[in-house]
Design a protein around this ligand. Sequence first.
Ligand code: NAD
Length: 498
Amino acid sequence: MVSKQEQTAGAGSLPDPIRNYVGGEWIESGGDESHPVVNPATNDELGEVPFSTGEDVDLAVRAAAEAFDNWRRTPAVDRVQYLFDLKYELEDRQEDIAQALTREHGKTLAEARGEIRRGIENVEVAAGVPNMLREQSGLVEDVARDVDEYAVRQPLGVFGAITPFNFPAMIPLWFLPYAVATGNTFVLKPSEKVPLSSQLIYEAVDGVDFPDGVVNLVNGSAETVNALLEHPDVEGVSFVGSSHVAKYVYETAAQRGKRVQAQGGAKNYAVVTESAELDDAVPNVIGSVYGNAGQRCLANDVVVGVGDVYDDLKAELVAATEDLAVGDGLDETTDVGPVITPDSRERILDVIDEALDAGAEVVVDGRNYDHPELDGTFVGPTLLEGVTADMAIAQDEIFGPVLCLAKTADLDEAIEMVNSTRYGNASTIYTERGTDARKYRYEVDAGNIGVNVGVCAPMGFFHFGGRKESFFGDLHAQGEDAVNFYTDKTIQIERWYS
Ligand code: NAD
């Protein structure tokens, strides 16, 4: 076991070594396997992430299970005091987390800071849980003579969360605050590609002094995930990642009788109509497609120009794409950072080449982008046109800085294209006509709809939508859905005789 002082890195430096956090202590993983953590902008090694074994997971789940009884008996108003403290601990460390996040992920510092803010927002929303519990357990008097009935929300036990690489600080905070505010205990398994942000978030957790075992962390990969999914003491699992793993996690956990919410991949379209204000729409589209180097489940990577707007839209998008600065996210002048790994870069280049073979044309070509000083995994912003619904690039997630332009004659044809994919995460319409916006909301089969908003990321007090192969489960992350996911409603029917 290691003390808090030994684990805590100095300001701006990275946590080393990377450890698990179990029962209120930083501990080494018992496994032999590990994997390098690499800065994708420079190819520098930042650390070595341990791949935790089934025994490591068992330790964490047992610590969480042991902590549950006392934690659920702690009044909700007292439990959320820890979240108020966590908010301030995170805010104190915000800049250190942002720097580490940019180094391990590659996104720009502005994006990293914005991401942490959105994570802290969930801590703030979850601190309102006592009120949310009250609102949802209404009493009905006299369901029969002298008989009253009501529902009591109760926590269930140990919950796990498995998170992806693209939002290393925000996504763990979609789950942790709600799980513990509702009286459950928690085990996080972050992405092995970006474990450093979680180390720093857990330093904030450690600073709060939650009762031992309430909040735990195990690093690792698929084996670690499987141990969590199979552990008999895990009551429920939250997952965010690619759709094929989301489906696997959903099925595996559900077969074992666990609650599960699994958010998958995406294929999001933006539709720009003739009434759109292009001066506002174009920078918004550019932010949606190229922000986070396109590695965002809400990125609208296909942009459909309806009717006569197409030529002006294309001209403005091309100019804006050519204007983007590629580089290290730590450099404040960078607009687009690297993609996460060399494999990811190769995959993106293959997707572009396949689209060109299928008849798309390249208008801005970032395929051979070579940074003059950095040995990073960069893909330059790339714009293709002539993309049609039958192409793989119009159906599959790109997850890179690639904008696909398509053209349709009218809004009906555009909506048909939007709905042609197997995903249903998000979509945006750019319009100044209310009737078009309403038609879009009504007919597009996606869980998050933007009107003149290219990244329609819901605030913490709303659930995060997602349909079709973008979501497996019933109750989504964040807001009231999170409270429902993390609690069960016991029905109480009462009659008193004297
Ligand atoms: P991923 O599916 O590769 O990994 C996600 C998590 O699953 C990681 O913790 C990883 O260790 C684990 N994992 C990977 N393979 C596994 C396996 N075979 N068995 C068990 N566990 C496994 O996803 P990623 O590449 O880290 O993240 C990108 C994906 O996440 C994209 O598809 C993106 O759209 C999606 N995403 C979705 C949302 C959403 O809200 N719907 C949000 C963010 C990211």
